[in-house]
Write a protein that binds this ligand. Sequence first.
Ligand code: ADP
Ligand code: MG
Length: 367
Amino acid sequence: MKVVLENLTKIFPSRDKKSGKEVVAVNDFTFEIPDGQLVGLLGPSGCGKSTTLYMISGLQKPTSGKIYFGEDDVTELSTENRGIGLVFQNYALYPHMTVKQNILFPLQNLKGKDKLSKEEMLDRALNAARLVQIDELMDRKPSELSGGQQQRVAIARALVKMPRVLLLDEPLSNLDARLRLQTREEIRRIQKETGITTIFVTHDQEEAMSISDVIVVMKLGVVQQIGEPQSVYDDPKNLFVAKFLGTPPINVLEGKVVDGKVYIGDDDVLDVTGVDDQEVYIGIRPEGLEPNDNGRLTCGLSNIEVMGRDASVVATNAASANPVVRAIINSDIRIDTTSQTIKFNVKPHKFFLFNKQTEERVYFEVK
Ligand code: ADP
Ligand code: MG
């Protein structure tokens, strides 16, 4: 089932009587989520991810705009009638019920033509439990489960009604690091197996990048960029998106373009064409800095952190917006650690320019 958002907007009245300023939580969001895909809604806390999800679920009404499931306009439809499965950060299981009873619960409320026989209900519950691999735990109470198992029960409960759309709001945030990794792979597997169109909200870029077919990066209620994770990473539209994606984060330095050369301080680091002289922010991915004795960018050398296959070179530069400049290199590459400085060449496809005022991308060609 495709999901279409059309000029979706949500404005909350002011909470603060003095300022009287309303909050535009979601601002004119238009997007068609293709059938059967997993879309990651990504952005810092407060950027409008949950509000978007709540509008899709029907828990909140848009101030303006429309929502379609397939060709059906569901904007005015109640949550119960939308055919969605919802999973939140806190698993919200009924503590006095067993796992089986928790999963059965949504089915027991079905009425009219949707009503199921007892056998059908049990069958569906067991299928959902198998899908999330908790069928061995059906008689336990939630208090007898780990966090990861509880979240699986919550996912099974969302799946048991065979929803048209699955909505997940930060479902992994309460899990420890290892379980988070494992459960996100599980969610991806379940989504692929069922083919349910899924919207996954997270503030964690690595999480969104690793499981999404498409990511939507938001900032202050406004969609910044939509695309496949790798293409957004490789081709960010503005400085915000460039900084939000990637660990370690992109290096940001102040610089300028003069006569077809990009300068960082006094170093001209790259020859370019098709760009006017101007002050810029320069973004260089950590994997885009190559140590080279004749490199064009000179930095102070702080230290080298070896991380197995890779090593992280920690350097400094007066033009850097961050305290350090970081390069990720193959750990086989030998660096003279007695030196005070290190020279790099930049890989042009890992090197981006942004307008100093608007912070929008400035495109160039390499000379
Ligand atoms: P996210 O999920 O990305 O962290 P939210 O969608 O929860 O962000 O919130 C977006 C913005 O809307 C925030 O500024 C938040 O304070 C505001 N907001 C959310 N819900 C309400 C509400 N019920 N009343 C007023 N403001 C709200
Ligand atoms: Mg939220």
